[in-house]
Design a protein around this ligand. Structure first.
Ligand SMILES: [Zn+2]
Length: 289
């Protein structure tokens, strides 16, 4: 199975550095240290799809330590300035970049983007409202008043194919590009297992009951900080009762339909999600059985 998009960063996150000010100072002072170039939350890419960096030395401001690359070079991102609102979501420029990002760099970018975005949106203590300060080399914020510690959050999302008699249930949302169908998905709620969230979402969105949920793969999705958990489940029937607030359409597709869509065939009955989305990985895993 092809590795999901945004996975496989070639970086040692070096947790030890986050806990040792001397190690962090050494990494920061390393003349080879590099700072990721971001415009808001968008990166710059070289012609061959690699991230663009600048020398850390000479730059100012607070830094977030991303880890060491294969050559042991320390990598950093700039912490956003307090009070500066970053534009979330995917810009058209970024959407264009995602198709030709090198996999390792896309994964590193996903981590950096989620981290920077989290800092920009979590400047104040959720317990007492005081302005918080960066600690652990950028992997947390601490409140000077009540001493609460806050860490970058990850929001799990279940994304799944229900299968029935050799067909897969896919849906489409009105905002998607014309013709696209993809796996159903939804946020996992507090107090739920992955299996329970899969069953609830498929029943809510399509009125289909499922059992025997099995895990396929996961991927970080940095818009802003999801973890997509891809699963396949067995449907107990094929009657669809669609939730029109969530979906514009939901249908069953055969393996051949899905294989044609994944191949980008003009005769395919629908358009597949892009390769960097785990829905693509999931459809491939299902279609190849
Ligand atoms: Zn506080």
């Amino acid at each position: 199975m092809m590795a999901p998009g945004f996975t496989g960063a070639a970086v040692d996150r070096a947790d030890r550095v986050r806990h040792d000010p001397a190690l962090l100072a050494a990494a920061t002072a390393d003349p080879r240290a590099r700072l990721l170039i971001l415009h808001g939350l968008d990166p710059e890419l070289t012609q061959d799809g690699k991230l663009v960096w600048t020398e850390l030395g000479g730059t100012t401001g607070e830094r977030l330590f991303l880890g060491f690359d294969r050559a042991d070079i320390p990598l950093f991102a700039s912490a956003p300035l307090p009070g500066l609102a970053l534009q979330g979501g995917r810009s058209p420029e970024l959407s264009a970049m995602l198709d030709h990002f090198q996999a390792e760099d896309a994964a590193l970018y996903a981590a950096a983007r989620s981290l920077v975005d989290w800092h920009a949106r979590h400047g104040f203590c959720a317990v007492c409202g005081t302005a918080t300060a960066i600690f652990r080399a950028g992997w947390g914020r601490k409140c000077p008043a009540c001493h609460a510690e806050h860490f970058p959050r990850v929001d799990p999302v279940v994304i799944m194919i229900a299968e029935h008699a050799g067909r897969a249930l896919l849906g489409r949302q009105p905002s998607w590009p014309q013709g696209r169908y993809s796996a159903l998905a939804g946020f996992l709620e507090v107090g739920e297992s992955i299996e329970e969230a899969v069953a609830r979402e498929v029943e809510e969105e399509a009125g289909v009951r499922v059992a025997n949920v099995r895990y396929v793969a996961s991927q970080p999705w940095p818009f802003p900080s999801s973890l997509m958990v891809a699963c396949i489940a067995e449907a107990q029937g094929d009657a669809i009762t669609m939730d029109v607030h969530e979906l514009e359409d939901a249908r069953w597709f055969t393996r051949d339909d899905v294989l044609l869509a994944l191949a980008g065939d003009p005769q395919a009955p629908f358009k597949a999600p892009p390769p960097y989305a785990i829905a693509h990985t999931l459809l491939t895993a299902w279609a190849e059985g």
